[in-house]
Design a protein around this ligand. Structure first.
Ligand code: LP5
Ligand code: MN
Length: 236
């Protein structure tokens, strides 16, 4: 009995080795799992379901086969692929889940997030997030041609790289009060998220009791998988 969690693969046709790693994972370890949760940033960019990519199509086929084999797959948006919609989800056989989602894991209630919403000290990022998560902004963006969308995304990625070079790591990590507030909002003692690319298990207190925050790693050089079984969480 195992439930699998991954995030931050940042799949990109220019980095096919990561796609290969993901396809191998989907065809081997993931088969027979109780469920697979993808907690955002599966893709480096998602410009819209109408803009096909090779990695998008390969992963959709493998995810769909996994779902057909009996492992339900869930997908949550990250800050790179928040424009992924129902058309792609249906093709890939995955269920879209909201940005804060509580799952019953073998009797324990666990909060799942991408993690970017917890980084509230990063004011420029939160302003950017508010803008691009606005449905009207998204509708307008999706009316642009794929080429125009790519131009905007590349501009945003360059601006983001500059922002990250000039911003303290602590500012870009989660805000401790925001973490506690999320535990309290959902009345849970465990959360799992990605985004910060700092894989770790943090012990803390929330709701007056011990709590744990498990952070998934990225897939830039190797896979990062959290395996949850009754009473155990193994991150490697
Ligand atoms: O993802 P990561 O870890 O590299 O950085 C994030 C934050 N940056 C972002 C921006 C994305 O990386 C850019 C690519 C998204 C592509 C989506 C495709 C389709 C939509 C196109 C949208 C325009 O999320 C970074 C955080 C970091 O995490 C750690 O938490 O610090 O935040 C920033 O860099 C904040 C900057 O202020 C963002 C500046 C973007 C400027 C956009 C200008 C051009 C767009 C104009 C839109 C009208
Ligand atoms: Mn992210």
């Amino acid at each position: 009995m195992t439930t699998l969690f991954i995030s931050d693969l940042h799949l990109d046709d220019r980095r096919p080795e990561t796609t290969r790693l993901m396809l191998q994972f989907l065809r081997t370890e993931a088969v027979g799992a109780d469920a697979l949760y993808i907690l955002g940033d599966l893709f480096e960019f998602w410009l819209g379901d109408d803009v096909p990519t090779q990695c998008g199509s390969q992963v959709a086929n493998a995810l769909s086969s996994l779902a057909d084999s009996g492992t339900p797959c869930y997908f949550m948006h990250g800050n790179r692929d928040f424009l992924l919609r129902e058309a792609y989800a249906q093709h890939a056989g995955v269920m879209l889940i909201p940005e804060e989602y509580v799952v019953d894991l073998y009797g324990e209630q666990v909060l799942l997030l991408h993690g970017d919403s917890l980084c509230t000290d990063d004011i420029p990022y939160q302003q950017f997030r508010t803008l691009v998560r606005n449905p009207e902004w998204q509708q307008e963006f999706l009316l642009k041609t794929p080429q125009q969308r790519l131009q905007v995304a590349l501009q945003a990625r360059d601006a983001s790289a500059e922002h990250k070079d000039n911003t303290d790591m602590g500012i870009m990590d989660v805000n401790a009060d925001e973490v506690i507030a999320a535990f309290e909002r959902h009345g849970v003692q465990k959360m799992i998220h990605g985004h910060t690319h700092r894989p770790a298990t943090h012990d803390l207190n929330a709701n007056g009791k011990p709590a744990q925050r498990i952070v998934l790693g990225d897939w830039y050089t190797q896979s990062s998988i959290l395996r949850a079984s009754p009473g155990s969480f193994d991150l490697s």
